[in-house]
Design a protein around this ligand. Structure first.
Ligand code: FUL
Length: 467
């Protein structure tokens, strides 16, 4: 089997498919750094007294995320400064040691509860790098970390993801993380949870600017995961393949015989310049336009979008963030509100038994069009009885069968009956959102120019957005 055949055979786990379907969700950076303006602790537990979110309201966060159309919420239960938002039994540096609610609070519990109440999935971020914990740098830290993980994974209901931050700016102390032990514990206690970043399920897109590649492959060399597990190290030695490299999945890149894996990308970005709340940033939010571009390029470019919104010291999202989230939700709703009528006819150059072209009309993942194996340039042609105007398409590859398509065109039949290409791109993967100048036509063709194996499409839908 050559490397392309091998790549074409790599498939996601059911867990990874479920993760992909979440598409767009929110990050909440909240901790002691919300109050102290610095991540660096002074070594004592005393600073815990500054944590004082007098108006904390988890439902306010959850409702704001829902208004944006998000599917889940990921909370920094412990960030690099080591302060824990739940009353962990393993350190005093937590909510139980602050005057607020006489140390009787549990932020993680309230957020998990609000998510459940309003139908968002809940995920936990636990920073491996801990600047406060005295065992950091010794084997005892791994035990401490697993104990904390166990608390988070047993006391707060279903967890959709555990997020391990690869950041580590500590140069004097080196911690050997027991990654395999962490993963085993997660699989044991929350088998449906994806382990994102520094883990086996989801990779970092490689920047924090909200941008993914034009050609985003979910099948990449396994080395990318190995480098993610060595925080800080590969960033200094950029000769080792890592998540920041511009090409991770092209034929050329995977041709060196490396072991491959299914490792889809997640784009993480903050709505503001900082991850944690900074008052001066209240006027520096990303514009609606920028956020929409991030959405269209990531969710519409085979990556999930994780958008951070930091609560202020009162424990609330600021008005500006709430407004921007709701604007984004409305803009997304509007964008997808005017689908073209279903075509009267849909034919394909070939199809495999039981995978007829019409199956692309429904987003049901169990039914899909699949081209015949020997068809070198498979195509689907959609026809309407009357000319219609179109300016956007959503295409979803059947990732259950792998990621195959390397290049495709969208063509339309013009008034002189000539096929004209109006949109071209490379990969599709879980989803490709295609925006183009308005066309008016009775026939559109989706044509695959290069593919690693047969083409399989779960969903193909056209829109007239007038945007
Ligand atoms: C980075 C961290 O250092 C930031 O504080 C933030 O948590 C971001 C998501 O990851 O690496």
């Amino acid at each position: 089997m050559n490397y392309i055949e091998k790549a074409a055979k790599i498939k996601p786990t059911a867990r990874q498919i479920k993760w992909n379907q979440l598409e767009f969700y929110g990050f909440v950076h909240f901790g002691l750094y919300t109050y102290t303006d610095t991540e660096t602790p002074d070594g004592s537990d005393a600073k815990a007294k500054f944590f004082n979110p007098i108006h904390f309201d988890a439902e306010q966060w959850v409702k704001a995320f829902k208004s944006a159309g998000m599917s889940a919420l990921l909370l920094t239960c412990k960030h690099h400064e080591g302060f824990c938002l739940w009353p962990t039994a393993y350190t005093n540096f937590s909510v139980k040691n602050c005057p607020w609610k006489n140390g009787q609070s549990d932020i993680v519990k309230e957020v998990a509860h609000a998510c459940k109440k309003h139908g968002l999935q809940f995920g936990v971020y636990l920073s491996p790098w801990d600047m406060h914990e005295t065992t950091y740098g010794t084997e005892a830290y791994n035990i401490f970390f697993k104990n904390q993980l166990r608390e988070l994974l047993t006391n707060y209901g279903d967890i959709f993801c555990v997020w391990f931050d690869g950041a580590c700016r500590e140069t004097k102390i080196k911690q050997d993380y027991d990654w395999d032990g962490y993963y085993a514990l997660i699989r044991e206690l929350q088998p449906n949870a994806s382990i994102c970043i520094c883990g086996p399920d989801v990779r970092w897109c490689g920047n924090e600017a909200g941008v993914c590649r034009d050609e985003e492959w979910s099948v990449v060399p396994k080395e990318i995961m190995t480098t993610e597990r060595n925080p800080g190290y590969w960033r200094q030695i950029d000769t080792i393949p890592n998540a920041t490299w511009p090409d991770l999945g092209s034929r050329e890149f995977i041709s060196k015989g490396q072991e491959l894996m299914w490792y889809p990308a997640e784009v993480d970005v903050s709505i503001r310049p900082s991850w944690g709340y900074v008052k001066e940033d209240d006027t520096k939010l990303h514009s609606l336009n920028t956020l929409m571009t991030m959405y269209l390029r990531s969710v519409g470019g085979n990556a999930n979008l994780l958008l951070n919104v930091p609560p202020n010291p009162d424990g609330l999202f600021a008005e500006a963030d709430i407004e921007r989230l709701s604007e984004m939700g409305s803009a997304l709703q509007k964008l997808f509100s005017n689908p073209a009528p279903l075509p009267e006819n849909c034919v394909s150059s070939s199809f495999a038994a039981e995978h007829e072209p019409e199956f692309v009309y429904s987003s049901n993942r169990d039914t899909y069009w699949q081209s015949g194996t020997d068809d070198v340039s498979p195509a689907l042609t959609l026809s309407w009885d009357k000319p219609i105007e179109l300016d956007m398409a959503v295409i979803q590859e059947t990732i259950e069968e792998g990621q195959h398509i390397e290049s495709f065109d969208l063509d339309y039949l013009d008034e002189e009956n000539h096929w004209k290409t109006f949109f071209s791109a490379t990969t599709i993967g879980y989803k490709r959102i295609c925006q183009f100048s308005k066309i008016k036509t009775k026939q559109v063709r989706f044509k695959v120019n290069a593919s690693r194996s047969f083409a399989a499409i779960t969903y193909l839908k056209f829109y007239q957005t007038n945007s």
